[in-house]
Design a protein around this ligand. Structure first.
Ligand code: SAM
Length: 285
């Protein structure tokens, strides 16, 4: 239940590049509210100036101290309205806002979305990949070992996988995606959406990496990566839980090659696949 004596928290999407993507209702709300809570006040100053918005702006991050969160909640409890914006796109989508929205809702403050740009949705809508079901994983972990683990979990995901990536980690992440998901996985890289150098690269991961390596410009800007979901083929053997148990027992006594060789004789699986499964398991632990 919301309390009508409280103010309203508006969660306002802003453009991801092209300022003309700002929706008129967003401008109205930013002009009308008592306070704008922005991820980076200096960054948002340009946007607000462009649209002639003179509302007072304060800083808000999820890692802002408790005092800052409490200050905004108090403004709302006193009946004033607040608009939450991030540097670009929809707040809370790999951006600050979760704690504020969650606390506001818990305490009965009305939270109203003002929808607009969002890089993952824009990218998905033009990717040509299945969009009836997809998962958004945000940014992959920065450290290689954690990234590899995350990719192993995604390897057999059937739905389209959407990721955000920064320019300085792009090639490392692509190399790991190729290593774990294979050369042939179909990828779409949506770069600089809505901006002057908007580019969509699509193809097998190996070919797309070659294209990016051959052209420095393809490493500049902002990126959304979209991966086609896993498609089973005969060379991609699925190891049943029974076979996993058999391999587990054999591996307690024997080296990997021998364990794979014996397990292959008891199952219809290839020695090579069992061997790879054992190596993957070792690197997981
Ligand atoms: N809240 C934003 C949204 O709604 O999309 C995302 C913020 S997140 C901190 C920033 C990341 O979003 C970038 O590193 C990039 O992966 C993606 N991104 C943002 N703008 C983009 C654009 N114009 N083109 C491609 N990717 C973009």
């Amino acid at each position: 239940m919301t309390d009508c004596t409280f103010g309203t928290l508006y969660v306002v999407a802003t453009p991801i590049g092209n300022l003309n993507d700002m929706v008129p209702r967003a401008v109205d709300v930013l002009q009308m509210v008592d306070i704008i809570a922005a991820e980076d006040t200096r960054h948002s100053a340009k946007l607000l100036q462009y649209f002639g918005v003179s509302t007072k702006v304060i800083a808000y991050h999820d890692y802002s101290n408790e005092q800052c969160l409490q200050k905004i909640l108090n403004i709302l409890y006193q009946g004033q309205s607040v608009a939450l914006i991030s540097d670009a796109g929809t707040p809370l989508i790999s951006d600050p806002g979760y704690k504020l929205v969650s606390m506001s809702r818990q305490s009965g403050v009305a939270v109203v979305p003002i929808p607009g740009a969002c890089a993952l949705i824009a990218a998905l809508s033009v990717s040509g990949l299945p969009s009836n079901q997809f998962i958004f994983e945000g940014f992959l972990p920065a450290k290689t070992s954690a990234r590899i683990q995350a990719l192993k979990k995604l390897k057999r995901e059937l739905r389209t996988i959407v990721l955000y990536e920064s320019p300085h980690r792009l090639l490392d992440s692509l190399a790991d995606i190729q290593r774990i998901l294979g050369d042939g996985r179909h990828i779409v890289i949506a770069r600089e959406l809505t901006k002057t150098y908007e580019t969509l690269l699509t193809g097998k991961i190996k070919d797309v990496i070659d294209t990016i390596k051959a052209d420095d410009n393809q490493r500049r800007g902002e990126f959304v990566l979209l991966l086609k979901g896993w498609e089973f083929d005969d060379s991609d053997q699925v190891i049943s839980s029974e076979t996993e148990r058999l391999m587990g027992i054999l591996l307690e006594e024997l080296p990997v090659t021998q364990a794979a060789s014996i397990a292959a004789k008891f199952t219809s699986l290839k020695k090579r696949d069992l061997y790879q499964w054992a190596l993957d398991r070792q690197s997981d632990s």
